[in-house]
Design a protein around this ligand. Structure first.
Ligand SMILES: *Cc1c(COP(=O)(O)O)cnc(C)c1O
Length: 498
């Protein structure tokens, strides 16, 4: 055996085993007991700072065993647990346990999946993952793509590819200032805020986004979409992309993608689908009709860390013709001797997206896809949807609850006290105040967790079930918690008024 270098960062084999086994024991207990824990800490940031301690940067090191053990305690005692069966906030899923192990494995290999030569097997696994994700949602496996940090990055990655494909060829050299016509993107007014950031980030400016009104069911109004495109053409602008949403963030509605695809064909526009939340539901055979048109998409953003239950972070951009990613992101500095991506050449993910050095986030997605398969996923997603419908039904039956919307796995509802003195608009204003305050106490209370949505000016409680731990019993108990807290809040507000 050669003598190893003495250094303080290495952990020797027996110590690594000891610390590792202890950590795995702690994590196993955590998963086992998660439903008995509060959903979130009830401590304020001030109190948490106190617990953390106001230590200065250590000059000398501390033992790894001690650090790992005290830090597990710190986190498992004072976190919000989106893996808790009563967590339904935003669109944040329970993380699959296999993903936890995958991340440990991935960081042990520490593959840099920016260049193939640095990540020979990891690159192949990522490529297979994107192909499987394409198959999963039912588009051609010839779509190619890249894993990114989340939905925002997945959409940004596609936005720039769309622009490179549709803007004048000189755009990469000359930038926007030389594009004589203003490049315009279209999306429904329910589109997630990523598009604002994209418009700013890529220099288009927020005024280059046309927020198309939605119809009564909250889908993009495709008549107005087409008219707006025509108007812009007449004004001499250059429409370049339309974003359809597959599962809007507030209510889970899927745009009429087929019609959008046809409009894009007619006007030669890039058709992008933001499927960050909802597109995995395309795997459910009886829901296929909702997704007609996805096969036409030039690009699709999806988000394995949402409804594929991958631990954070994992997003994915899929592009019908992956050459558009290369056209957009590939350049060849002299300090990289990687051969170019050609048939038989090497596949370097730094040429597919914005990142250079990249982690191996594909591994957790790839493993979960194999652990449960597409049938397993279809079953889990269907169950989440059924639980969401159950939430809606229970709200319907309860005289102090008003169900508002139910799509995919999102239900919105309001608490309505049995007697409200105000009438008409004043009553609506009171209910908005009451429900807003109710979301706040529910989020801080630690018994359950939901978020909010505003639907037709109504302030709603919103539950999004992307949670493989939730059961019917949890939903029943959450209905009771909402009503209990709703009653308390109503009394509190009445007291304040007097
Ligand atoms: C969540 C979401 C995003 C943003 O995704 P992140 O993973 O949070 O970056 C974008 N679009 C839609 C429709 C979403 O649901």
């Amino acid at each position: 055996m050669t003598k190893k270098r003495e250094n303080s960062i290495e952990i020797n084999k027996t110590e690594f085993q000891k610390i590792g086994y202890q950590l795995i024991d702690t994590i196993s207990d955590f998963f086992d007991e998660i439903s008995e824990k509060p959903v979130t800490t009830t401590k304020s940031p001030k109190e948490l700072q106190k617990i953390l301690g106001n230590l200065s940067l250590p000059e000398n090191g501390l033992p790894a065993e001690e650090l790992i053990s005290s830090t597990s305690k710190l986190l498992f005692d004072h976190s919000l647990f989106n893996g808790h069966p009563k967590f339904f906030g935003f669109i944040t899923s329970s993380g699959a346990p296999i993903g936890v192990l995958a991340d440990l494995l991935a960081s042990s290999v520490n593959a840099n999946v920016g260049g193939q030569i640095l990540s020979p097997m990891a690159t192949e696994i990522e490529k297979q993952t994107t192909r499987w994700l394409a198959e999963f949602i039912g588009v051609s496996p010839n779509y190619g793509g890249i894993l990114v940090s989340g939905g925002n990055m997945a959409n940004f990655t596609a936005f720039l590819a769309a622009r490179t494909a549709k803007a004048p060829k000189s755009i990469k050299e000359e930038g926007l200032s030389n594009a004589s016509n203003q490049l315009i993107a279209y999306c429904s007014k329910s589109t997630h805020t990523w598009i604002d950031k994209a418009a700013i980030l890529f220099g288009h400016g927020a005024n280059s986004i046309r927020w198309i009104p939605t119809d009564a069911s909250n889908k993009m109004d495709n008549h107005i979409l087409e008219q707006t495109i025509k108007d812009d053409l007449e004004l001499g602008h250059q429409p370049f992309m339309v974003v359809g949403t597959a599962g809007d963030v507030s209510t889970g509605v899927i745009d009429d993608l087929e019609t959008i695809a046809n409009i894009c064909k007619t006007y030669d526009l890039w058709f992008h689908i933001d499927g960050a939340y909802g597109i995995p539901a395309a795997v459910i055979p009886e829901l296929k009709d909702l997704f007609i048109g996805i096969k036409e998409a030039d690009s699709i953003a999806l988000d394995p860390h949402k409804w594929l239950y991958s631990p954070l972070e994992a997003g994915c951009t899929l592009v019908k013709n992956p050459k558009h990613l290369i056209d957009t992101y590939s350049s060849h500095p002299e300090y990289y001797n990687f051969s170019l991506t050609e048939e038989g050449g090497s596949l370097n993910y730094f040429e597919y997206g914005l990142q250079n050095s990249r982690g191996f986030r594909a591994l957790k997605v790839w493993l979960a896809l194999q652990q449960i398969g597409s049938n397993g996923y279809a079953k889990l997603l269907r169950e989440d949807i059924d639980l969401s419908k159950y939430f809606f039904e229970l709200a319907e039956k309860h005289e102090e609850l008003e169900p508002i919307t139910q799509n995919l796995s999102i239900t919105t509802l309001r608490y309505i006290p049995t007697s409200v003195e105000e009438k008409g608009e004043k009553k609506e204003a009171y209910l908005n105040t009451l429900n807003e305050a109710l979301v706040d106490v529910l989020q801080k209370g630690g018994e359950m967790f939901l978020s909010n949505a505003i639907v037709q000016k109504k302030y709603c409680l919103r539950t999004c079930i992307v949670n493989f731990r939730t059961t019917k019993k949890d939903i029943l108990s959450c209905i009771e918690i909402i009503v209990k807290e709703g009653r308390k809040m109503h009394i509190e507000l009445l007291d304040k008024q007097q």
